[in-house]
Design a protein around this ligand. Structure first.
Ligand code: THU
Length: 139
């Protein structure tokens, strides 16, 4: 991922919040997933009246991409905050999303948590999900 791709990814995550469906929590999350081919898939959180049926922004982006035949990913950027407001803090992915990312993330996969285009933190997935469970464990 070069600097231009990174800036674009941060911007797309911030923009993706606009498509979140959040009538219950009013907390909107945007995710932007960069493929090895250089494409970006966006996702927003999609809530449900049966709360447990809610889908996080990160998984929306991953499932969109995988269902279109993409499986190699370089990075994901994530931005979250209350509806109509700029992110007040970094939005870290929940445990389920970390596990879903683990399924497709290579060694160099990066997670960027974004407050603004100039304020973000960058992690490897290994830092966020050490000793994770993966397909190699059940060969
Ligand atoms: N949410 C995400 O979209 N991603 C996460 O990693 C954590 C939580 C959403 C789910 C729900 O719509 C709202 O944030 C509040 O939990």
């Amino acid at each position: 991922m070069d600097e231009n791709q990174k800036k674009k990814l941060l911007m797309e995550a911030l923009e993706a919040r606009a498509m979140a469906y959040t009538p219950y929590s009013h907390y909107t999350v945007g995710a932007a997933l960069l493929t090895a081919e250089g494409e970006i898939y966006r996702g927003g959180n999609i809530e449900n009246a049966s709360y447990g049926a809610t889908n996080c922004a990160e998984r929306t982006a991953v499932f969109k991409a995988v269902s279109e035949g993409r499986r190699d990913f370089l990075a994901i950027a994530i931005a979250g905050g209350m509806e109509g407001q700029e992110p007040a803090d970094y939005a870290y992915p929940c445990g389920i999303c970390r596990q879903v990312l683990r399924e497709f993330a290579g060694k160099d996969f990066r997670v960027l948590v974004v407050r603004s285009i100039s304020d973000y933190r960058e992690y490897t997935l290994e830092e966020l999900l050490p000793h994770g469970f993966g397909g190699e464990s059940i060969q």
